[in-house]
Write a protein that binds this ligand. Structure first.
Ligand SMILES: [Zn+2]
Length: 139
């Protein structure tokens, strides 16, 4: 019996971060459904339970209702909030980008926090840009 595709060893000099090697066929259904890599190394582990999606995606999903709460608390978004939303994406981009491009390894807590910020940021950016475009089209 051989290892599933993607799990076979690589020469040590050509090793890549595990996230790139986690095969799609081994992802959980929730992970596949939302487009998460579902790499067990990056999923939350609480006691003996392991989350089916990674810590960053849990953070993203937790950030969405916070952005909706901001909508009710602050009113409709505008371009200024869209810019703030774009800035909220930067920590996740840096953390994830550094992992993908170097030997840097983040932590579950850092992935979760940057995911929450990115979740809020995504909706603020989308809402702000949409509101600005609608304002430009309809006056
Ligand atoms: Zn994920």
């Amino acid at each position: 019996m051989s290892a599933p595709a993607g799990l076979a060893g690589r020469p040590a000099g050509r090793a890549r971060p595990p996230i790139i090697e986690h095969p799609r066929a081994l992802r959980s259904r929730p992970a596949a459904w939302i487009g998460c890599h579902g790499n067990p190394d990056r999923c939350l582990s609480i006691g003996g339970w392991h989350s089916p999606i990674c810590a960053r995606c849990i953070g993203l999903l937790a950030g969405y209702p916070l952005a909706v709460a901001a909508l009710f608390a602050l009113g409709p978004p505008d371009l200024e909030r869209a810019l703030i939303g774009a800035l909220l994406l930067v920590p996740a981009a840096l953390d994830g980008g550094a992992q993908a491009l170097s030997s840097y390894s983040s932590t579950s807590a850092r992935r979760l926090v940057t995911g929450v910020l990115a979740g809020v940021g995504q909706l603020e950016l989308l809402g702000g840009v949409t509101a600005a475009l609608l304002g430009a089209v309809h006056g």
